[in-house]
Ligand binder design. Sequence first.
Ligand SMILES: *Cc1c(COP(=O)(O)O)cnc(C)c1O
Length: 474
Amino acid sequence: MSTIFDKSKEGKNRYSIPEWGGEYDDPIPETMCRESVPMPDVGEVDVVRHYNGLSRMNFGVDTGMYPLGSCTMKHNPKINDRVAALYGFTDQHPLAGDTLSQGSLEIMYELGNMLCQVTGMSAFSLMPAAGAHGELASVMIIRKYFEKKGEKRNVILIPDSAHGTNPASVMMCGFTVREVPSTSQGDVDVEELKKMVDGDVAAMMLTSPSTLGLFDRNVHVIADILHKAGALFYCDGANLNAVVGRASVSRMGFDIMHVNLHKTFSTPHGGGGPGSGPIGVAAELEPFLPVPVVERSEEGYVLSSDRPHSIGRIHSFYGNFMVMVRAYTYMRMLGAEGLREVADNAVLNANYLRVKLKQHYNLPVDRICMHEFVINDEGMPNHVTTNDIAKRLLDYGYHAPTVYFPLIIPGAMMIEPTETEDKTALDEFIEAMIAIKKEAEESPQLVLDAPQTTPVKRVDAVTAARKPVLQWEE
Ligand SMILES: *Cc1c(COP(=O)(O)O)cnc(C)c1O
């Protein structure tokens, strides 16, 4: 693979602008010239071809099926981008003030309302810029809530199957994590939980559906145990694909939650942002929401910061607004009935794959799943591992599923087909997985040496992580 510097040839035009006719020799003052930064000497056409070429080496959800569990890499309808690109949104100045921002404020207000309807929560803040940011803001709310009540509680319970951001958010807020074990069936171990809940526990964070793609059948029991001890129940709702329009998070017993707009509500993601992780709360936590809050008054929509108990501001202006426009468009295009179908098809697709693949791969927890499920490499012939299978899938034109997560299943492969793949696509994926199993038995080297067809072959992941090359060196 060549870099843009390989294409550099002295004298090739970098740019051509008309001769400067003014009184200075050079339109760019010398103090602003960055001669020390090496620049390739290339023409515009070289630049366009180089970067287009790079983009084609990448795999994206627009390239092929991307069954990355927990991340919901589904098709993002292009109308969302069209709407977010309207001049009224793109050209709006963030300091324009409420009067000149009525349309944008209305979108935020309505999106908050729609999220309340979908989850049953009583209010939402759209400020957090990602799921992890939503968790952090929520844990800050939990802390503030107990401070106001004058209760000292410094422990937050987290199941052993949780996403790594959960304990990270908790620690950043100064709480201690207590890990709750799961049963072999993937539910929270309720008997263990009972022993762990005491007056020090502020809350429990539960991913629902869990990272095994399972709905915890004891969710009400867990909620009761916590509430009786005066603790709060937090839902990591990063991925709502299985329940959107079908089940109320609030009626499951949760008091506070976050949602990832960039997963369930169809915003392109995977490149590190921008995202949006709104948080929803029950009525008694509403006073603690971050400011500003969009309110509706006689004169129209206003951004209000008049909240004495708020945890304060957690993002400049109003979070990642364009992501909200996409989510709003998505929800309005589908409507209530459409959102229910999203959940139905996400669950149907995952179960179809689960039942077909368990004939060929080990399925550690075999029960009806939600939007995703976990298989692993147990019993694979010729020492073929999850990593090898993941790499071989690239040769078949698929992005790999999430691997080695959740940590409670050794060699996990977490598969989330999403509702936007049709039966033909699912059948093709099943065929690829069966073919890889057969290769593992008959010609394992093909799998062990994969990928063969990608621009970059198998990388040394350990060295890449330990000795990252982050700077261009001549
Ligand atoms: C993606 C995810 C998160 C974190 O969301 P980010 O937007 O990546 O910060 C948290 N919990 C679960 C279960 C997730 O899938």
